[in-house]
Write a protein that binds this ligand. Structure first.
Ligand code: NAP
Length: 549
């Protein structure tokens, strides 16, 4: 086919290995390779893991599960798939999610387009031929016209940098690398360091399975009940009959969930009425208490202080020891300004005799020893240490690959102080590179698959445009990139989240340059609908902001 020849041949006639390479076989990569191969393109996925699944391949820690309603997380693009799949739980767990993604890949015969244990070391753009050379850790080299990243937002795990981490003689790992083999927990002395969404899930899940559990908490997190439950055959039949409606609603909400922000106005209600409303939300499954709350709680200090006081009271009701309860209540940030973890009996865990909380704000960790953890107050001995210490979010996975664009420009250098992008999809200076759920994209701040599908659909359309136009090179202009990055920055000024020390703002004490909490504009806070409108506008205006050559 004449059009294809444009993409799999360099400007100098060199035959390229692929028209498109996708890095990462997670939720984004799986859908993207489906769309590319449907177009008949010569494309492959390079995946570092031993199988597909991304987040759901790696994060095998006990308690790992969705906090999106399962039926809003699944792919929406195949009616047949929607008819066939039965989500067994409202918030499905990691093994089932991994099974789901494998099922999708097998159903559409996508594995043949994927290469596993294929860790990308570098990707260099060739200016003369307008293609990318992709080199793997094992030395293999591939050429491709178009390079698409589906690296994941939270795929560069960051263990702590305490002295002695490697000297521990027991078992120890970051939650992202929880072993694939069963781990014997019964009777073991287990430590968990970190109380983010991951720590909260793992702590709640293992507390009654271990001998003793010691939680090392640097800062407590606001967190609210998940209210998981089974989905019966009848409920699933009802969900199937409403899928169009469900996905349409997700497309209308800022977070891509069914939960819709309440626009009735915080100040139009009395404090008693607000509490009654929150009582209802607190008892509802999922992110209602965060996403279906008054919009003012995200922007207005007073409104935020009131919801925070409400959630604090809930914690006090659930933790028997009042001193301990106070330690579990965040004092440095308000409810909802960091990503809210959802939990199942998390706070009740601290009423158990075998669980102890170590408050690192009082007694910081000094080092990891051969036998356990030394704080300024005490020496602890453990059999297992679990680091639930988070990720070098958004840009970390990019930094780990040596991306070099036009003229040898390094992405790492360009993004030294934070990412700048056009729509979170393209970067000026990096032609023929498209990012799925990249930093600053609207796909990256919500119910991920909903945003990912928009990103993949847009990418596929762009590639069709490139092919149809016989182009060999496309690149975001500097002006378009600047305008988008400024817009992303502006959106931060509206939300209290800008002040929080979390991965949303690029904070991570375990990564050089990220410790100080200098703000990085990682996520697009304008919401899914506005983002998709912007994507469509760009397409409708003939890819305004992208130069083709
Ligand atoms: P996180 O939110 O960044 O939390 C990391 C935790 O480790 C924090 O409590 C942090 O304390 C602590 N920590 C980091 N370095 C430490 C150190 N050197 N010493 C002591 N404590 C340290 O990471 P995460 O819990 O893995 O969650 C990341 C994101 O993944 C979530 O926000 C969410 O988007 C996603 N996630 C989703 C799900 C789900 O969908 N169900 C589940 C899990 C995670 P500080 O607060 O003091 O920094």
């Amino acid at each position: 086919m004449e059009q294809q020849a444009v993409l799999d041949r360099g400007a100098d006639g060199t035959v390229l290995d692929y028209e498109a390479i996708v890095i990462g076989a997670g939720v984004a990569g799986i859908y993207q390779i489906k769309r590319l191969t449907d177009l008949g393109m010569k494309a492959t996925v390079l995946e570092a893991g031993g199988d597909l699944g991304g987040t759901w391949y790696w994060n095998r820690y006990p308690g790992a599960r969705f906090d999106s309603e399962s039926y809003t997380y699944g792919y929406s693009w195949s009616k047949e798939l929607l008819e066939e799949w039965h989500w067994k739980e409202r918030f499905s767990s990691q093994p089932e999610n991994y099974r789901y993604l494998s099922y999708v890949a097998d159903k559409f015969d996508l594995r043949k387009h994927m290469q596993f244990n294929a860790t990308v070391r570098s990707a260099h753009f060739d200016d003369a031929g307008s293609w990318w050379t992709v080199t793997l850790e094992d030395g293999r080299v591939f050429t491709t016209r178009i390079l698409i990243t589906g690296l994941g937002l939270l795929s560069a795990a960051t263990p702590p940098r305490y002295p002695g981490v490697d000297s521990f003689k027991g078992q120890s790992w970051h939650t992202y690398y929880w072993p694939h083999e069963p781990v014997e927990l019964a009777g073991k002395r287990v430590a968990v360091v970190g109380t983010g969404a991951t720590g909260i899930q793992v702590i709640a899940d293992i507390a009654d399975k271990v001998g003793t559990l010691t939680v090392f908490q640097r800062r407590p997190n606001w967190s609210a009940p998940l209210h998981n439950g089974p989905i019966t055959e009848e409920e699933m039949a009802d969900i199937r009959s409403r899928y169009d409606e469900i996905f349409a609603r997700c497309a209308e909400t800022p977070g891509g969930f069914e939960h819709r922000p309440d626009k009735r106005g915080f100040y139009n209600f009395t404090p008693e009425e607000r509490r009654a409303f929150w009582d209802e939300l607190y008892e509802q499954p999922g992110f209602g208490i965060w996403m279906a709350n008054f919009r003012e709680i995200f922007m207005d200090e007073e409104a935020n202080a009131e919801i925070s006081a409400y959630i604090a009271d809930r914690i006090r009701q659930r933790v028997k020891d009042p001193v301990l309860a106070e330690k579990l209540i965040p004092k440095d940030h308000g409810f909802g300004v960091q990503r809210v973890p959802l939990e199942t009996h998390y706070f009740e865990v601290y009423n158990r005799d075998n669980v102890r909380l170590v408050d690192l704000s009082e007694t910081p960790i000094e080092c990891i020893t051969e036998h356990g953890i030394r704080t300024t107050g005490e020496d602890f001995e453990f059999d297992i240490i679990v680091y639930a210490t988070g990720f070098d979010a958004m840009t970390g996975a990019f930094d780990r690959i040596d991306f070099q664009g036009s003229g040898g420009l390094k992405l790492r250098d360009k993004w030294k102080d934070g990412p700048v992008t056009f729509l979170g999809m393209q970067v000026h200076g990096f032609p023929n590179l498209i990012m799925l759920a990249g930093p600053q994209s609207g796909s990256a701040s919500a119910n991920f698959p909903r945003g990912i599908e928009s990103g993949v659909d847009w990418t596929t359309q762009l590639i069709e445009h490139v092919r149809a136009g016989g182009h060999t090179r496309f690149e975001a202009t500097e002006a378009a990139e600047q305008a988008w990055s400024e817009h992303v920055k502006d959106m931060y000024s509206m939300v209290l989240m800008r002040n929080a020390k979390s991965w949303f703002t690029g904070y991570n004490s375990n990564v050089d340059g990220h410790e100080q909490g200098t703000i990085r504009y990682f996520v697009y806070n304008g919401g899914g609908p506005r983002y998709v409108r912007r994507l469509n506008e760009v397409t409708d205006r003939g890819y305004d902001g992208i130069e083709f050559g």
